[in-house]
Write a protein that binds this ligand. Structure first.
Ligand code: GLC
Ligand code: MG
Ligand code: CA
Length: 595
């Protein structure tokens, strides 16, 4: 009984704080999206490659972490020339991953756990083993013009040459000759990924049908792959040189992609897809979403939000922390980079922060293992949707992989001297679950990419058991996102010195939060009593500190005299905020028990 009274008192304060937020925000705004790279997450059948049943068996981990939605990199039928991004059939599952029944099981388990499910949509190209392409090579209608087929040009000596100087993102000409058709086809990625022809209305309809197929199955939306590449210049003009002196003439960065990326039709196509998903939203009453992969100059990225009347994606991914920051970035750099996104986004747009994915060096490698907590916490506490690449929550780092063991075409194509600049294998090694065989990823000792030998100590199980760990920091940072202040509060970013960054989140009567980060290698003493933080009370306590911090959770700090250790991050709040936040998990359990 006493418990019940205590609970009611606590619940009244707490619910008032928490529920007000849910009124105006949609699930995709408050959630953390967790990217699962299916080949590397969990292998259920011992063949050394991850699969759908493996993912299903590990969905509890996502719930434990506080994550609300999962994005699966491609699971479709594929010869795996680009590990699933070369799709042979958009509406079937590859046998290496399982089958459609396994997919249904995965989806119903996800729903049971309250997890939203996002699939990867790869609209720019198919596999060369797609029946569409096979028929297109033979000019069998209606597939004849499903791809970008162009007649050759001839040089002064009468030799056949590709129609333009365009380069593949993975190196070499973007054109491949086919004897059968006596024409070149375009592939902006590997040779086995022919670009679809978006000038053809049938292609447009095929992709919409693929979207509808999965929406009808109940998925909650899509991460859309390689969006900028959809359309190409119809006049087939050569691209100008970029002037990037680090790029070889065969490497994509050698050219400035004004005729092969972000053409006007691309924006319209995204808006058309949005209409398709919005239809499902209207039908089901639950928002279906599009998040867009658009590596592009910032101004062009922002255009992918579309307009308020005719929106594009819910958001284009925000890659500024990947593109503009690194291990040496100062607090001023972080400030500029955060503002870059916030100030350029349309006023009605919703932000998001990406710190890693299957195409980039891991965050723990780009910023160094000492900054894992820093990057996780910053990305989760800034305004907007959170996005986590599997393994970053436990602080996995890149593995060094020899050229002989390299399987990623981006690495293989670059050759033994330059593969490390391009290979994405190092960030794709198997998830480290525990210290058993193959890190608990597979019963086989032979996995498709080698397991990082650091798994003996760096693994989820060890981090769950430890008193403090990257995972525990991550979990607590995710939990604090339930607070209205983090969901809807204002943002003020203040570089307090070259190496110390602070930002505040404030919302009316709700407890404020202040994140303070020492990015440097030296201790530093800072004063948080600055104009921008004038409304932050003096009564501040530590809600959360990084693994390397000596400060205890709940301990008071002096706002005007705060000592920070190297690479320490603190989340501070008021004592009232602290009571709410540390009890929030307990509250959730209690709610389930008593209500
Ligand atoms: C995107 C994917 C990448 C893939 C490429 C081609 O950039 O993230 O992994 O190789 O598109 O589909
Ligand atoms: Mg398997
Ligand atoms: Ca294209």
């Amino acid at each position: 009984m006493a418990h019940k009274i205590w609970l009611v008192v606590f619940l009244t304060t707490y619910t008032a704080l928490v529920t007000s937020a849910q009124i105006s925000l949609d699930w995709w705004q408050t959630t953390v999206f967790y990217q699962v790279y299916p080949r590397s997450f969990k292998d259920s059948d011992g063949d050394g490659v991850g699969d759908l049943n493996g993912i299903t068996s590990k969905l509890d981990h996502l719930v434990d972490a506080g994550i609300g939605s999962v994005w699966l990199s491609p699971i479709y039928k594929s010869p795996m020339a680009d590990f699933g991004y070369d799709i042979a059939n958009f509406t079937d599952v590859d046998p290496i991953f399982g089958n459609l029944d396994d997919f249904d099981k995965l989806q119903s388990r996800a729903k049971e756990l309250g997890l939203k499910l996002i699939l990867d949509l790869v609209p720019n190209h198919t596999s060369n083993e797609s029946i569409w392409f096979i028929n297109s090579v033979k000019k069998i209608d209606p597939y004849t013009d499903y791809y970008v087929w162009i007649d050759p040009k001839y040089d002064e000596n009468g030799n056949r040459v590709p129609p333009t100087n365009w380069l593949s993102a993975f190196g070499g000409s973007a054109w491949e000759w086919r004897e059968e058709r006596q024409q070149y086809y375009l592939h902006q990625f590997v040779v086995q990924q022919p670009d679809l022809n978006y000038e053809n209305p049938r292609v447009v309809e095929e992709m919409k049908n693929a979207i509808r197929f999965w929406l009808d199955k109940g998925v909650d939306g899509f991460r859309v792959d390689a969006v900028p590449y959809l359309f190409e210049d119809q006049e087939l003009r050569d691209e100008p040189l970029s002037g990037d002196s680090s790029a070889l003439p065969t490497e994509a960065n050698y050219l400035n992609h004004i005729y092969t990326q972000n053409l006007p039709g691309t924006y319209d196509m995204v808006q058309q897809w949005r209409e398709v998903v919005d239809q499902k939203t209207a039908e089901t009453g639950e928002s279906k979403i599009l998040m867009l992969e658009t590596y592009a100059p910032l101004k062009k990225v922002m255009e992918y939000y579309g307009t308020q009347e005719r929106p594009g994606g819910q958001f284009p991914f925000n890659f500024v922390m990947i593109e503009d920051l690194n291990i040496n970035s100062t607090a001023y750099d972080f400030n500029t980079t955060i503002h870059e996104w916030m100030d350029n986004m349309p006023s009605w747009g919703w932000p998001n922060w990406v710190i890693g994915n299957h195409d980039q060096k891991r965050v723990g490698t780009r910023f160094g293992p000492g900054k894992i907590d820093i990057m996780n916490v910053i990305s989760l506490l800034l305004p907007g949707s959170g996005i986590t690449y599997n393994g970053d929550e436990i602080g996995m780092v890149d593995e060094i992989i020899s050229y002989e063991d390299t399987v990623d075409p981006a690495g293989v194509n670059a050759g033994p001297d330059r593969y490390q600049l391009f290979s994405r294998d190092p960030c794709r090694t198997p998830f480290q679950w525990d210290n058993t065989t193959s890190a608990g990823f597979s019963t086989s000792t032979k996995t498709w990419l080698p397991v990082n030998p650091n798994y003996l100590t760096l693994n989820l199980e060890a981090e769950v058991e430890a008193v403090t760990s990257h995972y525990k920091v991550y979990q607590k940072a995710v939990a604090v996102r339930n607070f209205p202040t983090i969901q809807r509060g204002s943002l003020k970013v203040v570089p307090l010195s070259e190496q110390v960054l602070a930002f505040s989140r404030e919302l009316e009567e709700n407890p404020p939060f202040v994140v303070v980060v020492n990015l440097g290698d030296n201790k530093e003493n800072v004063n948080l009593a600055v104009d921008d933080f004038e409304n932050i009370p003096n009564d501040l306590v530590v809600y959360l500190s990084s693994v390397n911090s000596k400060k205890q959770q709940g301990s008071a700090v002096d706002k005007s005299d705060l000592d920070l250790d190297p690479e320490e991050i603190l989340i501070l709040t008021t004592s009232r905020g602290y009571i709410c936040v540390v009890h929030s998990l307990l509250y959730c359990c209690a709610f389930k028990l008593f209500m």
